[in-house]
Design a protein around this ligand. Structure first.
Ligand code: NDP
Length: 322
């Protein structure tokens, strides 16, 4: 089978298209033929070596497709079932072996491509807005990179809750998408100072929560626009890692909360995974969550997909179609 393998961490050129044997399922695994693999920023961190993975490895944390073989202990899925998963390496490939307890059945009315596009980023948007800082009607959230994969879904969920959403994006085209997703105000943070703009938009009060996936270039200013006892949910570092900082700053800026959440800890048990995936698929099936799948690439084009994602050229979701 064709797969994208990393032998040494590096730039996009570190991704090699290779031929590997189709995996055999272990006792607790199912083998899935992939209809689509999700491209996510974590793939960039793992490719670069910012997140360490034993070498060599097949990249990719998210996929959807049809079960072709099951191990001897597998009970909940059978050959022919449509399934999706996230949090298991090896999805940039034609086949993947996935532990049974990470597989989520794809709901009727949701296509394989939609499932691969929604699971990781949809559940991330869901845990951020419903669990990390459970937004309430009338509260105000600042969402950075609001036209990105997670961003567009997070804006829709926050808007559906009834929160006011202030969004940041880098271009007018992205601003339009953020507004369509439900953002009340959009700041072009590459042109305007988002700290000053957010203070102006909130009459100096600040926001209840900042959902920050950009990190290095936004974190510090984000602390300055929180209301007293507000929360900074730093969930990524697309611009680079946030440098270490002194905790006393949190006291000085208003007894703030900072958390650095990760999806794995918000899908800890089988029940939590199924509930969150079910909530996301449910919103999609009800037409309450719209996916933007603008960018599709073949496995052989994986390098280009990463260049586009890192180059801030994309909006919404990127998929590899094996
Ligand atoms: P996005 O589609 O959001 O792409 C990243 C976006 O970040 C860009 O489009 C760009 O938007 C913005 N950005 C700002 N500065 C930079 C920069 N210097 N270089 C590149 N991009 C920049 O990606 P994803 O939706 O896949 O992921 C978003 C973030 O969420 C990532 O940091 C990822 O690691 C994180 N994440 C975290 C999870 C968790 O559980 N903790 C789970 C899923 C994702 P613009 O042009 O508008 O500035």
């Amino acid at each position: 089978m064709k797969a994208i393998q990393i032998k040494q961490p590096g730039g996009p050129e570190a991704m090699e298209l290779v031929d590997l044997p189709v995996p055999e399922p272990k006792a607790n695994e199912a083998v899935v033929t992939l209809a689509a693999s999700g491209v996510n920023f974590i793939d960039v961190y793992q490719r670069e070596g910012r997140y360490k993975v034993p070498l060599p490895f097949v990249l990719g944390q998210e996929g959807a497709g049809t079960v072709t073989a099951v191990g001897g202990h597998v009970k909940s899925v059978k050959v022919g079932d449509r399934v999706a998963w996230t949090g298991v390496l090896g999805a940039y490939a034609e086949y993947a072996a996935v532990p049974e307890d990470r597989l989520v059945p794809i709901a009727a009315g949701v296509t394989d491509q939609q499932a691969a596009a929604a699971l990781l980023q949809g559940m991330t948007a869901h845990y951020l807005s419903h669990s990390t800082y459970p937004l309430k009607r009338g509260e105000t959230a600042l969402v950075h990179a609001a036209a990105g994969g997670v961003g567009l879904l997070l804006v829709q969920m926050a808007h559906a809750i009834g929160a006011r959403v202030i969004a940041t994006v880098s271009t007018e085209e992205k601003a339009k998408l953020a507004r369509e997703a439900g953002a009340d105000d959009v700041i072009l943070y590459t042109q305007a100072d988002f700290e000053a703009e957010t203070k102006r938009l909130t009459g100096g009060k600040g926001v209840d929560v900042v959902y920050d996936s950009v990190g290095k270039t936004t974190f510090e200013k984000g602390l300055n626009i929180l209301r007293p006892r507000g929360m900074m949910a730093l969930y990524g570092g697309s611009s680079g890692a946030v440098p270490p900082f002194d905790l006393i700053v949190l006291s000085q800026k208003g007894s703030l909360f900072v958390t650095r959440p990760t999806l794995g800890h918000y899908t800890l048990t089988r029940d939590e995974l199924m509930a969150r995936a079910g909530a996301v698929f449910g919103m999609m099936a009800a037409g309450k969550l719209k996916l933007r799948i603008e960018h599709k690439y073949s496995l052989a084009e994986a390098q280009r997909a990463h260049r586009d994602l890192e180059g801030r050229k994309t909006t919404g979701k990127l998929l590899l179609i094996p």
